[in-house]
Design a protein around this ligand. Sequence first.
Ligand code: IPE
Ligand code: IPE
Ligand code: MG
Length: 251
Amino acid sequence: MAYNLDMTRIPEHVAIIMDGNGRWATERGKVRSYGHQAGVDAVRRITSECTRIGVKYLTLYTFSTENWNRPADEIAALMGLIISALEDELFMKNDVKFRVIGDFDRLPKNVQDKLNGLMELTANNKTMTMIVALSYSSRWEITKTVKDIAREVAEGKIKIEDICESTISEHLTTNFMPDPDLLIRTGGEIRISNYLLWQIAYSELYFCDTYWPDFSEEDLHKAIATYQKKQRRFGLTEEQVENKENEKKEE
Ligand code: IPE
Ligand code: IPE
Ligand code: MG
């Protein structure tokens, strides 16, 4: 089934919790890392399709702070995959800028080098920014932000009475991107697992059972088509939102 997308209302920022790799592999009688490997193909597919349809920011939850507690061999396989999967061609061919959010210092040196190299190489690409959340958790990020702001207060750079919501947004590691319009979680779980808690305050949430390695362009279209049917009210009434939209059209 094809989904008719309204190309004038493509979400600017799509965030994805890419879940289900392990179960995908286990169901096939394979080791979990086989599922992570298959997940890389899905990353390629979805990145290319997002650039094609006009998504501007794609944020992929790749490895959480809590994932450091997984068995050492799975962590090692994931770190190896991160290095081999981030091929220059994917980014250069699609004109995609690469960024990372997360606790960089915990990553092995060869992973850090790879990420730094790719960020440098793709710094001037413009069609889309792909952000990989690696060694990331929202509570880690918020804790870091609180410390950074407290330090600036102690140094006299910020006054306590001047702290507002934008002060917090500007100190988060995501300060270079807008909040996600659409958050997708694959793999059947209806939870957030410590992802972008501040940033998804008004995101539309979409959950599907498909395991990440099976997530296709069509599944992405379905998620976006569902998003496009929603009225985002941001606390206003239906009527207020309609009036605003009409005013915009008249401009
Ligand atoms: C998501 O897939 C990828 C990572 C967390 C690294 P999982 O590895 O969590 O797969 P399931 O949820 O166990 O199937
Ligand atoms: C969330 O998936 C993290 C990533 C997709 C990287 P998990 O599989 O780690 O989340 P839980 O444990 O099911 O909540
Ligand atoms: Mg999982």
